[in-house]
Ligand binder design. Structure first.
Ligand code: DAV
Length: 385
């Protein structure tokens, strides 16, 4: 019998410094078993029009799940056909009740959006803290892959941010989202976005990986409903060789930067036409370093689909395969045209059936390997930003 050793033949390389270098290896999520989450201090779902009034919870309908998995499988096959290695997570039984010494939570969530959880920075994959109890154990879905990469790539740095306690002290209110829903978007922005405070307290560092936009040496991290100031402070100390820029956009309930501010290639980023940056320094920094920021095209939809917590701006949640090639959701014709005019080969990918399971093409993926090196794309900095 072959002896098991820690270090085996290096079949795998983990490395990715930005969102645009040539993609060679990626994780694509799986929709199976995804839940409308049971209520918890971090989240209260209330979708009476779709059969899930607060506080009910349960799996998303099977026929929706089948359609989503079909689109995910087709997307994975498309990437493989282009020579990109694709791995898939292992779903757990997300309907199970989970607990830690501090709390009991009646359901988990799912593993469609690996981007939320896995932050790849160079040879490192960092498991984010997450901020919802229903997503506390989600990292387990990715452990079979991370264990394999650890064996196959002797240079892979595998790390996890401190697991948060997520006691009631991490939240201002147990009914935050029920109350928040009653505010108009202008009230949400006035009361919360301008103050950069939603339901997360600063008790402990909390962040989702998808609030980080990777531009080489510069990481742009969004303060959001799932990422607090302590989370950003933790990231700053964890990546001392990077420059971490905290950013906020004019939007009621920000969650994840990848439908708001998205790099396309060196010198070019796509910004949400509605969600304006609240830090003038962001624009200044880009201008100073000869980066162009273009406003995204109008989305194809004016309403999000049933049971979907993401917005219509998934239209700009694109996956860049290399600086000349980009995957865009197939019905987002205006977005496709705009990227075509900007010089990209645009690959249309049908993906809206995946949205209720946690996002678009960027959310549904996590980089393992992009060819390329760490570069400084913003040598002229703005003091204090
Ligand atoms: O703006 O709808 C989408 C990203 C979810 N991972 C939004 C957030």
């Amino acid at each position: 019998m072959a002896e098991e050793t820690v270090e085996q033949r290096p079949r795998t390389k983990v490395c990715s410094w930005n969102e645009w270098d040539p993609l060679k290896h990626v994780i694509v999520g799986v929709a199976t078993g995804t839940m409308v989450q049971a209520p918890e201090p971090a989240m209260q779902r209330n979708w009476p029009q779709y059969g899930f009034p607060y506080p009910t919870y349960g799996p998303l309908p099977k026929e929706m799940e089948e359609k989503a998995n079909e689109q995910l499988d087709q997307f994975a096959a498309l990437l493989e056909k282009r020579g990109i290695r694709v791995d898939r997570p292992t779903p757990l039984d997300f309907s199970q009740r989970v607990q830690t010494p501090d709390w009991v939570q009646d359901s988990m969530f799912g593993c469609m959006p690996p981007r939320d959880l896995l932050l790849t920075v160079g040879p490192e994959i960092l498991e984010a803290t997450m901020s919802q109890r229903s997503r506390w154990f989600e990292y387990l879905c990715y452990r079979p892959l991370l264990e394999q990469y650890f064996k196959e790539d002797p240079e892979f740095i595998w790390s996890a941010a401190p697991k948060p306690r997520l006691t009631d002290e991490s939240y201002y209110s147990k009914t935050f989202w029920l109350d928040f829903e009653r505010l108009s978007e202008e009230e949400q922005i006035e009361k919360h976005t301008y103050r950069k405070v939603w339901n997360l307290t600063e008790k402990e560092p909390l962040f989702d990986a998808a609030d980080v936009g990777r531009f080489g040496k510069d990481l742009f991290v969004q303060r959001s409903t799932v990422t607090n100031a302590a989370g950003i402070s933790w990231l700053r100390r964890h990546f001392p060789n990077h420059r971490i820029h905290e950013v906020t956009f004019r939007e009621g309930a920000p969650m994840h930067i990848d439908a708001t501010f998205v790099p396309l290639r060196p010198g070019l980023a796509l910004s949400n036409r509605k969600r304006v940056s609240l830090e003038p320094e962001l624009k200044e920094l880009f201008k100073k370093n000869d980066w162009e920021i273009v406003e995204c095209a109008p989305p194809a939809r004016d309403k999000k689909p049933p049971l979907c917590y993401c917005s219509v701006w998934l239209s700009m949640n694109v996956l860049v395969l290399d600086p000349k090639t980009v995957c865009v959701e197939a019905s987002e014709t205006a977005q496709m045209e705009q990227l075509d005019k900007l010089g990209f080969e645009v690959i249309p990918v049908p993906f809206w059936d995946v949205a209720p399971f946690g996002g678009g093409l960027h959310c549904a993926t996590a980089d393992v390997y992009r060819e390329g090196t760490l570069e400084d794309y913003f040598p002229k900095q703005i003091p204090g930003f």
